[in-house]
Design a protein around this ligand. Structure first.
Ligand SMILES: [Ca+2]
Length: 472
């Protein structure tokens, strides 16, 4: 008994000395001075504001937080408004005297504003001295540090390091309709026009009405991306055909040619007349009517979702991505810059236990925490097979009929955004077959050419990754 006590007090001394040394080594840090250095000393409460993605349950129900709460001796308290109400909620919360400890999904512009005002903490020193997992992940990826550092030299947010192959949101086409028309998937603009005409003039949904819409989308960006076939992008880009000169697409000649072509398609009635007014959910409703022949959107939220939901009501339904339309060029617009580092979490000046919070957050960037966040709990959500974690039927064939990604959303936030590394190596198995096909045949082969149009040093976020989009 005595020996045990002595051992414990010796250990405590070692811990205290170690934490003193650690504190000395890392320089001065605001708001961190009175924080206990090691987890488990004292149970703490950590308050988190994060938007609730449509494919997730409430954070407080997620098992990964229960596991992490026990491991780090933390009680998590969540403010978890639906994504549609997130910004309103954030603005309200930011007026409180006592802010949440951690805010996730804060827009980039707000981060700079609150960072400069001292409302959220600069994280450079924490990352370098107290977040070994995140530091290693940043050091291993060229350009991430630069991408997450603001002009004032500070890093204000912890990134989600997203390893997914990224490219333009592709055009998606009804493969079953192509088959019925005895046509191949379109490559050139002539191919597209021929498909549009065939859809417009054929009763492909078999309802006896001429109600088919050749092309539809939930925004004009989707439509305007056809201009890439004319050698321009619908934004700023560098032109490899002109010595890398920076250009703005809408004032270039190619863009005018593109608009002329689109205008022609519009006049022929090939483009949904409601394209200007529809949002994502209204357009999803339109897709459900089995009248749209081609469209545009994210691989998960559009392509996989359509194949999953429509095949129940439309026999033989099948949608696939297409290659970028080919004209003088064949490239993707809006390609993601690598590395992709999404703003995932900030720590506010109200946080009283910064070191403890940092220790927990860093865990999610490491091997064990990464496995927990990406895969879940071994035995329940995945099993090890030949040294590789494989999702169980709970995820892949969910007993409640959830899609694999939505099944993950019942226990982790891995399929929306958060401070962790989204590992394609681990989670690629969630992609459905049409998505894998889209990546390998329609995106990856065109990435290298497309990257020549990217302005070096710029960082863009794929629309499907924007927290406010809510379309995953
Ligand atoms: Ca019809």
């Amino acid at each position: 008994m005595k020996t045990t006590k002595r051992l414990i007090s010796m250990l405590l001394c070692i811990v205290m000395v170690a934490s003193l040394l650690a504190a000395c080594g890392s320089g001065s840090k605001p708001a961190a001075e009175d924080a206990p250095a090691a987890s488990g000393d004292e149970r703490i409460t950590v308050r988190i504001l994060k938007g609730k993605a449509s494919n997730e349950v409430n954070l407080e129900e997620m098992e990964i937080f229960k596991v992490m709460g026990e491991k780090f001796n933390i009680d998590f308290e969540f403010d978890n408004p639906p994504q549609d109400n997130y910004e309103e909620r954030l603005n309200l919360v930011m007026m409180d005297d006592k802010l949440p400890d951690v805010i996730m999904d804060m827009p980039m512009t707000d981060i700079l504003k609150y960072g400069e005002a001292g409302v959220i903490l600069p994280l450079n020193e924490y990352i370098d001295n107290k977040m070994p997992n995140l530091k290693a992940a940043i050091d291993a990826r060229d350009g991430v540090r630069k991408a997450i550092t603001y002009a004032d030299g500070n890093i204000y947010y912890l990134p989600m390091l997203d390893e997914r192959v990224s490219g333009n949101l592709p055009y998606i086409i009804r493969t079953d309709w192509l088959k019925a028309l005895n046509m191949e998937s379109p490559v050139t603009l002539e191919d597209w026009e021929a498909y549009f005409e065939a859809v417009k003039t054929t009763d492909l949904n078999g309802n006896g009405q001429n109600d088919e819409i050749p092309f539809g989308s939930y925004d004009m960006v989707g439509l305007r991306n056809f201009v890439t076939a004319f050698g321009v992008l619908d934004d700023f880009y560098t032109d490899p055909a002109d010595g890398g000169k920076v250009k703005y697409g809408p004032i270039e000649d190619g863009y005018k040619e593109g608009l002329t072509w689109l205008n022609e398609m519009w006049n022929k009635g090939y483009i949904d007349q409601e394209i200007i007014t529809m949002d994502f959910s209204a357009f999803s409703g339109k897709l459900a009517q089995n009248i749209v022949g081609s469209f545009y959107g994210p691989l998960g939220g559009m392509l996989a979702a359509q194949n999953a939901t429509m095949s129940a009501s439309v026999e033989g339904f099948r949608a696939d991505a297409t290659v970028p339309p080919k004209g003088v060029t064949q490239i993707h617009s809006n390609i993601d810059q690598e590395p992709r580092a999404v703003a995932a979490a900030v720590i506010t000046a109200s946080c009283k236990n910064v070191d403890r919070v940092i220790e927990w957050l860093d865990y999610m960037y490491g091997a064990e925490g990464g496995m927990l966040v990406n895969m879940g709990i071994e035995g329940t959500h995945y099993t090890m097979q030949d040294g590789k974690p494989i999702f169980t039927d709970f995820v892949m064939h969910n007993p409640n009929g959830l899609s694999p990604k939505n099944a993950v959303g019942t226990y982790s936030f891995a399929q929306s955004t958060g401070p962790f590394i989204l590992s394609t190596n681990l989670t690629g198995q969630l992609d459905d077959e049409a998505v894998v096909k889209a990546k390998t045949e329609c995106i990856i082969p065109y990435l290298e050419e497309s990257k020549k149009y990217v302005i070096p040093g710029s960082l863009s976020l794929a629309p499907e990754m924007m927290p406010s989009a809510g379309r995953l």
